[in-house]
Design a protein. Structure first.
Length: 132
């Protein structure tokens, strides 16, 4: 029997690790354990990786990997750029309140909620990086 290559997933998140995630390799879903490192057997060739929560909510961009060695390692972490952008958008709501611009507040809150949702759903809050 041929030895299957291993996909090693390093969970680099500092907080939020108590929530389980699903890793979708091509069209097959794998429940990730709560440990820092997890190994999965994977076939040789090209594969698409994506993090999901609950089975349908996309949490990361699609990452293509090419398995040519016996082992490929990826890091799973938060997308801190998205966190920073959404934090600035949400803090700007408080700035509008402090500047007493209540006329624009409702529309701006709706804009921020829409922008947060689009960023979280289409860009994702997780990042998968392939180690070289």
């Amino acid at each position: 029997r041929q030895i299957m290559p291993k996909l090693i997933i390093n969970d680099k998140r500092l907080i939020g690790r108590e929530n389980g995630l699903n890793l979708r390799i091509d069209e097959k879903s794998h429940k990730l354990s709560l440990g820092r490192t997890q190994e999965l057997e994977i076939e040789y060739g090209e594969h698409n990786l994506r993090i999901f929560e609950l089975f349908f909510m996309m949490k990361s961009r699609n990452v293509k990997i090419n398995v040519a060695d016996n082992e490929i390692e990826v890091d799973l972490n938060y997308n801190y750029i998205i966190f920073f952008v959404t934090l600035l958008l949400n803090l700007s709501i408080f700035l509008l309140i402090l500047l007493k611009l209540e006329n624009f507040l409702l529309f701006y809150i709706l804009f921020v909620l829409l922008a947060d949702s689009i960023l979280m759903l289409f860009v994702g809050i997780f990042e998968i990086k392939v180690k070289e």
